[in-house]
Design a protein around this ligand. Structure first.
Ligand code: PBG
Length: 313
């Protein structure tokens, strides 16, 4: 009764990976329990999660073809757009959030448009904004409840907000990956989303772990540009940033317990070295205590069930 922090199923967001096909359920080797799903299977997994109380899913798409302008990211009949339509048709009360980024759709695997110059390849920030905005609008047109830009280009929240408003989606909120750090914890995700960069790394657009003050400036910028929810990512290794963001801005704050955080616990649990349930709940409690309102986790369906059981049950 005197608990100062509580975990609730209402806070959970389940990330899901969708690719074209039927009856397709491809395991992601480094993330036991996570699959690339065809839309029909995706609906079933989302249904099972929703039935145990998970209110929201976050969608990532794996397109059939990648190119140098990420065409699949904003195609009206793209895989995410198709998945959103099916989810909203089958499960109208499920909140469908779409990840807005180009890396899964780019042949080179970067989150922005790439130009090759005399000093090597460069990410072109401003030309990327238009493609991100088109992606967000195409997700909203398909029925997405919220869009979540994860690319970390400068000015993308403003560009997406303006484009959504122009297209008649002024009510569609933006959850901005505001403080997203360049992280080795994303390794398993890149297997799941087939989005590893083909050259270089993401450090020219994602943040340096040395710079929490800069993270606060990134969050302030995203809020000024119209972000409704801000996110800190990864979660566990950046709890200080999460705490400062919540303390400084007090706005709805999400934390993403990323793929590597999930895989670490799964790997140790498989060997009997850690108690999966206890460790998962302890980590999520730490993330909530540090200031997160929304908890994005691949373990969401398990967590939802665990929260219903008596402790130690
Ligand atoms: C795409 C994106 C990434 C994640 C979410 N959106 C990977 C990356 O930046 O390479 C990582 C999620 C996870 O590790 O669970 N930009």
């Amino acid at each position: 009764m005197v608990a100062e922090t509580r975990l609730s199923v209402d806070q959970l967001v389940l990330p899901l990976f969708v690719r074209a096909g039927r009856k397709l359920r491809r395991p992601v080797a480094s993330m036991p329990g996570v699959f690339q799903l065809s839309p029909d299977e995706l609906v079933e997994d989302a249904r099972r999660a929703h039935e145990v109380g998970v209110p929201a899913v976050l969608l990532f798409g794996i397109p059939e073809r990648k190119d140098a302008k990420a065409s699949g990211a904003y195609a009206a009949n793209g895989i995410v757009q198709e998945a959103v339509r099916q989810l909203k048709r089958e499960l109208p009360s499920l909140v469908v959030i779409t990840d807005v980024c180009l890396c899964e759709y780019m042949s080179h695997g970067h989150c922005g448009v790439v130009a090759k110059g005399p000093k090597g390849a460069r990410i072109l920030n401003d030309p990327t904004l238009d493609l991100l905005a088109r992606s967000a609008v195409s997700h909203a047109e398909a029925g997405a409840d919220l869009v979540a830009p994860s690319d970390m280009m400068d000015g993308r929240v403003g560009a997406i907000r303006a484009a959504l408003d122009r297209a008649g989606f002024s009510d569609t909120p933006i959850m901005a990956y505001a403080a997203k750090f360049a992280s080795a914890f994303y390794g398993p995700f890149r297997e799941a989303a087939e989005s590893a960069p083909q050259f270089g790394d993401r450090r020219s657009y994602q943040m340096a772990g040395t710079n929490p003050e800069e993270a606060l400036r990134e969050v302030a910028l995203d809020l000024r540009e119209g972000a409704d929810i801000v996110m800190v990512k990864p979660a566990l290794a950046y709890l200080d940033v999460l705490w400062r963001v919540k303390a400084e801005f007090g706005c709805p704050t999400a934390a993403y317990a990323v793929s590597g955080e999930y895989s670490m616990v799964k790997a140790a649990a498989a060997r009997g070295w850690l108690d999966e349930r206890a460790v998962t709940l302890e980590c999520l409690l730490a993330i909530a205590r540090a200031g997160a309102d929304l908890l994005i986790t691949y373990a969401a369906p398990d967590v939802a069930r665990w929260l219903k059981e008596p402790p130690g049950g």
